[in-house]
Design a protein around this ligand. Sequence first.
Ligand SMILES: [Zn+2]
Length: 271
Amino acid sequence: MPELPEVETTRRGIEPLVVGRVVEALRVYDRRLRWPVPASLPRWAAGRRIDALDRRGKYLLFRLSDDTLLVHLGMTGSLRAYSDPPPPRAHDHVDIVLDSGVLLRYHDPRRFGAMLWLPPPAEGHALLADLGPEPFDAAFDADYLWRALRRRSAAIKLVLMDNHVVVGVGNIYASESLFRAGIRPTTPANRVSRARLGRLVDVVRATLAEAIAKGGSTLRDYVDGHGDPGHFQLDHFVYGRQGLPCRVCGAAVRQIRQGGRATCLCPTCQR
Ligand SMILES: [Zn+2]
């Protein structure tokens, strides 16, 4: 599943190709995504200039003056740029043709992604209105997190993955960040001290930044199909390493279930 670093890498890869360009045509091959692609989308988008490409959480936001084209990659979605596009294949849902001749193609086998048109103000749309701060925002700091968590007795890992608290911290990055902060994932959120939350803020940022930096090496090949940011293999400490020795202390990494998802942790390093 694309997480925040993959989405940010997609944004950085596409941004120089789309900003300032005019949408010559938008072609929909299959409207069946998580929500149906609006039938009027080709008409709405045609002839519009893309002023900016932003990201909010895992949503890509193409700004076309006052309106916004929202794209979410879901579980298996990708957005690739072509200067010489091959014919559409199965699971290619939407093509966006730019006046430069570049074509952006949205591909999504499992169809959990989304492509929606948001009239202004886009940030008031139900998908965006209640999102917490971005992990790299100054607003996401120890005081903020302490206030957001002080009445939450659910496990810290589940609360960290709650988009209302902070956006874009999915399963991998929550597991890795809690290891690096030395916090046991099952600890009630309101039992973690403010000092340890400060450390958690730092390691969430560092872990995401490391993954985005790894994705940067794929950017130069973004056009013509080599630009799939895929999944960045961080040198994980715990994620996917159940049964293997902890890289820090040598104890066996354990796997538990939390909220239906796997959590990996070191029973010695995380207290
Ligand atoms: Zn350990």
